[in-house]
Design a protein around this ligand. Structure first.
Ligand SMILES: [Fe+2]
Length: 305
C-alpha cells in the first residue's frame, strides 16, 4: 500500500518541531504542543526503555506472555473492518512474530495489541518506561491507553484520532509519517477521498484541490516518539521490511478540544453522535464539560491548530 506516494506537494513538505527528550521540559511540551494541538517529534523519548533494548529478540518478547492467539494480516492497516478482514489469519503470538521476522510474504502485521488490564498482553508493560516530559496525564476517553503494532512492511492508511492525545513511539524500527493539519482547506473532499483510500489509485485523486494540501512529513526513528494531536490526519509507512514495533500511548485531551467548533472535523464528529453509538456516548459524557472549558479557554482555542 503506497500511503504517502501520491500526496501532493511532498517536495515542499514541512517538518515538525523537534526536541531531544532530555531537553524538553514538561511545561513546554504541554503548553506549546498539547494545549495548542501542534505535533512535535521527541528524539530519544523511549531509547532507554527496556522494551527498546530487549524486544529486538522475538524469543524474549514472546516469552513475556503466555503465547496467546493473535490475528495476523498480509497487508497494511485499513480503517474499516471489511478491508482489514482480507487475508486475516490466526496464529499464536510466537508463530506470528516468527512470520514477521522472516517476512517471506512482503507484509506481515499484528496490529492493535492492547496492553490493558485483563488483556493477555498486559505483562508487556513491565518493559515500558516513563516519559520524563509527560508525568501528568489522565486516562484516555476514547482509545485504549496503550497498544502495540508489530509488523514488517506494514503501514497504516490515512486517518485521524477522534479525541485523545497520542505519542507514537518507535520501540523498534523507523517509520515515515505524513501529517495534514485539521485546518487544511477542503476538509469535506479530503475526508471523503482519504476515507475511501482514493489516494491509492494515483495522484488524480487530489487534482482539483492539490494546491490546498500542504503536508508535513517526518521520520520517526527507533527510540523516538511523535506527538500526534487529535484531528490531525496521518498516514504511516515503515522505512524498511524488518521487524518493527510501535507503541501508541494515549491520554485524555484538554476538555476544550472537543468543542472547537471552528474545525469542520468537530462539526462532523458532533453530527455523528446521531448515528454512531460510540460517538454519542463520548458526546453525552464529555460534551457539556467541553463546551464550558471552551468558553473558559477562549484565547487558547484561538491559537490552536
Ligand atoms: Fe493513528
Amino acid at each position: 500500500m503506497e500511503i504517502l506516494k501520491h500526496i501532493p506537494n511532498r517536495e515542499t513538505a514541512r517538518g515538525v518541531v523537534t526536541y531531544d527528550a532530555q531537553d524538553l521540559p514538561e511545561t513546554q511540551f504541554v503548553q506549546s504542543h498539547v494545549n495548542l494541538n501542534k505535533p512535535c517529534l521527541i528524539k530519544g523519548a523511549v531509547k532507554s526503555w527496556r522494551a527498546t533494548q530487549l524486544w529486538r529478540d522475538p524469543d524474549y518478547l514472546s516469552g513475556l506472555v503466555d503465547n496467546p492467539e493473535v490475528r495476523v494480516y498480509g497487508h497494511s492497516n485499513y480503517l474499516d473492518w471489511k478491508s482489514m478482514a482480507r487475508n486475516e489469519e490466526r496464529a499464536t503470538f510466537r508463530q506470528a512474530l516468527k512470520r514477521i521476522e522472516a517476512n517471506e510474504e512482503g507484509i506481515v502485521s499484528i496490529p492493535s495489541i492492547f496492553c490493558v488490564p485483563d488483556s493477555p498482553f498486559y505483562p508487556l508493560r513491565q518493559d515500558i518506561g516513563v516519559f520524563a516530559f509527560l508525568t501528568q496525564k489522565k486516562a484516555p476517553v476514547f482509545y485504549p491507553q496503550r497498544r502495540f503494532f508489530m509488523y514488517s512492511g506494514a503501514g497504516t492508511a490515512w486517518h485521524y484520532h477522534q479525541i485523545d492525545e497520542t505519542l507514537m513511539c518507535q520501540i523498534k524500527g523507523s517509520k515515515r509519517v505524513g501529517l495534514l493539519s485539521p485546518d487544511c482547506a477542503g476538509f469535506k473532499q479530503l475526508n471523503d477521498d482519504l476515507m475511501a483510500y482514493k489516494y491509492l489509485d494515483g495522484p488524480g485523486c487530489f487534482a482539483s484541490y492539490k494546491d490546498e494540501i500542504q503536508p508535513f512529513e517526518v521520520v520517526v526513528e527507533e527510540g523516538d516518539s511523535l506527538y500526534i494531536p487529535p484531528f490531525w490526519w496521518h498516514g504511516v509507512e515503515p522505512v524498511d521490511k524488518e521487524l518493527g514495533i510501535t507503541m501508541a500511548e494515549c491520554w485524555a485531551s484538554p476538555e476544550y478540544k472537543l468543542a472547537d467548533f471552528k474545525k469542520p472535523v468537530l462539526k462532523k464528529l458532533w453530527k455523528e453522535a446521531f448515528s454512531d453509538f460510540g460517538i454519542a456516548k463520548l458526546i453525552m459524557r464529555h460534551g457539556l464539560p467541553a463546551i464550558m472549558s471552551r468558553f473558559k479557554n477562549k484565547e487558547l482555542v484561538l491559537k490552536m491548530d
